[in-house]
Design a protein around this ligand. Structure first.
Ligand SMILES: C[S@@+](CC[C@H](N)C(=O)[O-])C[C@H]1O[C@@H](n2cnc3c(N)ncnc32)[C@H](O)[C@@H]1O
Length: 320
């Protein structure tokens, strides 16, 4: 049996018998005015963060949602697009697709604005997305890609890149590990399926995204997710997993490297009226400018510039 078959068996189980709190962080799902989330859908919240960021869902984008789960985020995306077929949600697990379809019809009874035709549920998997090249505005996945072994993760990222329109966004939420997860846990297929042992470190995760071709990565949130404790997981010391919400853009990787925004800012503290690095960054005295980590590194070499730490929350503005 391959690990992907174990994953499919596991998600058949949790589609048929919901497992409350399987992956989710201790927070209620994003509530929106006029959105009723059916209880059966909430019970199947198997995400570890959120991929639905209202501020970037203007213009009724087309969304390809990978790994539908109970349909919660497909419904939240549909809230913004509100037209037939705008959200295509795929999943290779029959029972999961059936559960999502059931939950979405309940949602239609509880939400006057929602029609089940807004979400098309299709059989499919992350390695072979059933849509043409350059065809969708947003690809989203929540708590799925961390399950994949590294080479499969790269395949899934390349597939997301293929189907996105130029400038399109890959929105993800996944656990990451604060240090490498030991092999005996990585090889435990059930733990992997439960999103507990496949996580990469932050650096490895971002590197894979960039290697797939994404030129800009923005971190929306990073927070504690689960503790793998020393005793139960046979570790030398406790290992904290975090959950990382990110948005990666299908834009060309700049010659001097990708733009990765983690919430750093640069502040000019010199005596001149402003600071101009001649490559697009103009700093006003005392006013923080959001910058990517690459630029933060360059500007931080100037004595009169203070670079602030990553807040792990960035949602636009500033320069690469
Ligand atoms: C941890 S759950 C997350 C569900 C949903 N995204 C959520 O936030 O509630 C992972 C989902 O991915 C599906 N899945 C498993 N293997 C997959 C694959 N190779 N491609 C796409 N989806 C897959 C599972 O059936 C399940 O619905």
């Amino acid at each position: 049996m391959t690990y992907l078959e174990t994953v499919a068996d596991f998600y058949t189980e949790v589609a048929e018998t919901p497992s409350v709190g399987l992956c989710c962080v201790q927070s209620t799902p994003l509530q929106l005015p006029g959105l009723e989330i059916p209880a059966s859908m909430q019970e199947m919240n198997y995400g570890c963060g959120t991929t639905v960021h209202p501020a970037e869902l203007s213009g009724e984008p087309t969304v390809l949602y990978v790994g539908v789960g109970g349909g919660l985020e497909a419904l939240q995306f549909a809230y913004f697009s509100r037209r037939p077929g705008a959200v295509v949600a795929i999943d290779p697990v029959d029972s999961m697709r059936q559960a999502a379809a059931r939950n979405l019809s309940i949602a239609a009874e509880e939400n006057a604005w929602f029609d089940p035709s807004f979400v098309i549920i299709k059989a499919g998997d992350a390695f072979d997305l059933p849509v043409p090249d350059d065809s969708v505005d947003v690809v989203a996945q929540n708590c799925l890609f961390n399950i994949f072994e590294p080479e499969d993760l790269s395949k899934a990222l390349q597939e997301a890149y293929r189907v996105l329109k130029p400038g399109g966004r890959l929105v993800m939420s996944d656990p990451i590990a604060t240090r490498s997860i030991p092999l005996h846990l990585q090889q435990d297929e059930r733990l992997r399926a439960m999103c507990l042992s496949g996580a990469l470190t932050y650096e490895q995760y971002v590197q894979r995204i960039v290697r797939a071709g994404f030129g800009q990565v923005e971190v929306r949130a990073r927070r504690p997710y689960r503790l793998l404790d020393q005793k139960n997981y046979e570790l030398e010391e406790h290992l904290l997993l975090e959950s990382l919400d990110s948005v990666s853009f299908k834009v060309v990787i700049p010659e001097d490297g990708p733009c990765v925004f983690t919430g750093k800012t640069a502040v000019y503290a010199g005596a001149e009226d402003y600071f101009d690095d001649q490559v697009g960054h103009i700093l006003q005295p005392g006013v923080p400018l959001a910058v990517c980590d690459k630029t933060a590194g360059k500007l931080g070499k100037f004595e009169e510039i203070l670079v602030t730490d990553s807040t792990w929350h960035y949602d636009g503005g500033g320069c690469c």
